[in-house]
Design a protein around this ligand. Structure first.
Ligand code: F6R
Length: 616
């Protein structure tokens, strides 16, 4: 949420910052702004709206300075206005600040500062922090050898309750940036004679792949000569320089009109990457390098607990089904946002997992911390290498699907389903699952990329179906067992990008309420795979048909629906139970995408949303 970019180097800062902001726009797109130190001034240009609006404004301002900061905003405190856009200046004009996060005690600080003559132009918590830095700067000089700029930021942050990723400019130190983080991501790119700060690697990877991931409570003091890290308690930190394994091309849209469509079509390759090198030599089970738990310890686990948010929570539900079905171990799934406050009793033999694409979702991070606080080992399924969750988990599995830019998660979701299925297999083979069943399961997982390729070929047909239903006001998604979470996911995907009201339910629950919605104006997307419950699914469909509800049926090969029952039929290749949720994801992703496009929605930047929810 919110994107941050900072630059210290020899090039003009503004074009570089704008390029970074464009790449970060998926993090927040309410407003954008840039500040450059030049000619004894901190020049700020900021506008409500998208980065392209800001770029036009910057073009008339001749920003030539080589040190600067920029921001894309997802509004928390204060509406979407030019005044509330970042960067914010302190009222004495000495400091400019960009901020991602929430300062919870900003109201007390504001009262304190107002009494001392500071004034405010915006309703934001960020402007308050900026003035607090100015207050500390004016109060006392730094000790010999210390940077007064750095120390005033450090002192101010000691008073902050809440979360932040910040970058600060100071008029008296025009070639420098001080940055800091607490529960909001911040990365320092180390280039050749230049440094780029960003909240997300995609903003800097075209300049350097060498990065330092700041940790919570750390500050970075960046100057043209180098950088130094220290803590809030003023202890020096030795930096660890990591290398990003993907390149700028991976974060480009290429020939696709939207990132979401690109990422939908990347799924076969993404699945191959997620499973590569993760099967045993005998081809009967999965292997995970980084789980940091022995097979003996895993075999003794009596219960699993999975926590996540949104789409990743749906991946937890599918994983629950597969672990219980194949490994016969009970699993509980909770929303991370609920678990963190619920004080749920955790049995000592419970193994705790979190799933998060970004690894920065604040609720999931808080759930992880809560479980650790209770003495539990926490493992993570996570895509973003070096993320907070990856660092704080005791072990885990990287998804390896490259950057996901589309706000609506697609390739990250199916790779989470794949890894969940692999965990189920691994645990099942430590228990009762036979060698032959394990081999069959592994072969099925290996076939997933090709099965997904087959479904993607149906995109033109799904597009035609989408056109017919794009003007619906409501839609229902129904499924059972491992496809019930897919019904939830289909409904979430549709509502978030097309703004059609949609609900997902277990198919048999329909008659306990949602059936009241059924009419000729409310289509139902119905997962009806061949299997033991097929006849019951057909009965539920008949109940919809009797009430004139249009049906878009998603079936598997060999599942023969009574003629005329469904208005549309999308047929998936027959496949193993562990692979079916992955394959069944594709038509609902495509359906949502094409409906949203047909309605003229901004698919990659849906209203009110942003990728990676780093505020509560
Ligand atoms: C929906 C979507 C969100 C995320 C959720 C968790 O398409 O992307 O629901 O799944 O915000 O995000 P991560 O996985 O980054 O923790």
């Amino acid at each position: 949420m919110c994107g941050i970019v900072g630059y210290v180097g020899k090039q003009k800062a503004a074009p570089l910052i704008l390029e970074g902001l464009k790449r970060l726009e998926y993090r927040g797109y309410d407003s954008a702004g840039v500040c450059v130190a030049q000619g004894g001034q901190l020049e700020v240009v900021k506008k409500a709206g998208r980065v392209e609006i800001l770029a036009k404004e910057v073009a008339v301002h001749r920003l030539a300075g080589t040190t600067g900061i920029g921001h894309t905003r997802w509004a928390t405190h204060g509406g979407v206005t030019d005044a509330n856009a970042h960067p914010h200046l302190s009222s004495d004009g000495k400091f400019a600040l960009i901020h991602n996060g929430v300062i919870e005690n900003y109201a007390q600080m504001k009262t304190f500062l107002a009494r001392r003559g500071f004034t405010f132009q915006s309703e934001t918590d960020t402007e308050v922090l900026c003035n607090l830095i100015a207050y500390h700067y004016g109060k006392e000089p730094a000790a010999p050898g210390q940077s007064r700029f750095l120390e005033s930021v450090r002192k101010s942050l000691r008073h902050v309750e809440g979360t932040y990723g910040i970058a600060v400019l100071c008029l008296d130190a025009p070639g420098e940036i001080v940055a800091a983080r607490l529960a909001s991501p911040l990365i320092l790119g180390v280039g050749d004679g230049e440094f780029i700060l960003a909240s997300d690697a995609s903003a800097l990877v075209s300049h350097t792949q060498n990065v330092v991931y700041l940790k919570d409570g750390e500050l970075a003091h960046v100057t043209p000569r180098g950088f130094a890290l220290s803590t809030l308690d003023d202890v020096d930190v030795s930096p660890v320089v990591d290398r990003i394994t993907w390149s700028a091309a991976d974060a480009d849209r290429g020939k696709f009109p939207h990132f979401m469509l690109k990422e939908i079509f990347e799924q076969p390759a993404a699945l191959e990457n997620a499973m590569r090198g993760r099967f045993s030599a005998d081809g009967s089970t999965a292997n995970f390098g980084g789980l940091n738990i022995t097979a003996d310890e895993l075999a003794r686990v009596e219960r699993f607990m999975f926590c996540a948010c949104g789409t990743a929570w749906h991946a937890c539900l599918v994983t629950e089904h597969l672990i219980e079905r194949f490994a016969r171990v009970p699993v509980e799934v909770d929303y991370a946002s609920e678990f963190r406050y619920r004080n749920s009793p955790l049995d000592p033999h419970t193994l705790f997992f979190v799933i998060s694409q970004s690894g920065e979702t604040i609720d999931t991070l808080a759930a992880l911390r809560e479980a650790k606080r209770k003495g539990h080992r926490v493992l993570a399924i996570n895509n973003a290498v070096g993320s907070s969750i990856a660092r704080e988990a005791d072990g885990g599995i990287y998804q390896h699907v490259g950057p996901e830019i589309g706000v609506a998660s697609t390739k990250a979701f199916t790779s989470q389903l794949l890894l969940g299925a692999m965990i189920a297999l691994y645990v099942a083979r430590l228990r009762d699952l036979s060698f032959n069943d394990g081999v069959e399961y592994v072969n099925a997982l290996k076939s997933a990329p090709d099965l997904v390729r087959q479904v993607l070929k149906q995109a033109p047909r799904i597009k035609a179906i989408a056109k017919r239903y794009a003007q619906s006001r409501d839609m229902l998604f129904l499924g059972r067992l491992a496809l019930f979470p897919l019904a939830l996911e289909g409904a979430l995907k549709l509502k978030e990008i097309s703004y059609i009201h949609a609900e997902g339910y277990p198919a048999a629950e329909m008659k306990h309420g949602p059936i009241a919605l059924i009419s000729e104006h409310c289509p139902t997307v119905f997962f009806a795979p061949k299997g033991e419950l097929f006849n019951k699914l057909v009965s539920s469909m008949q109940e919809i048909k009797a009430r004139k509800g249009p049906i878009i049926a998603i079936v598997t090969e060999g599942a023969d629906l009574p003629k005329g029952l469904a208005n549309e039929v999308i047929t998936l290749p027959a496949c193993h139970e562990a692979v079916l949720p992955i394959v069944a994801s594709i038509p609902v992703q495509l359906l949502s995408y094409y409906i949203a496009v047909e309605r003229g929605c901004d698919v990659d930047k849906p209203r009110n949303l942003a990728k990676s929810v780093t505020v509560e």
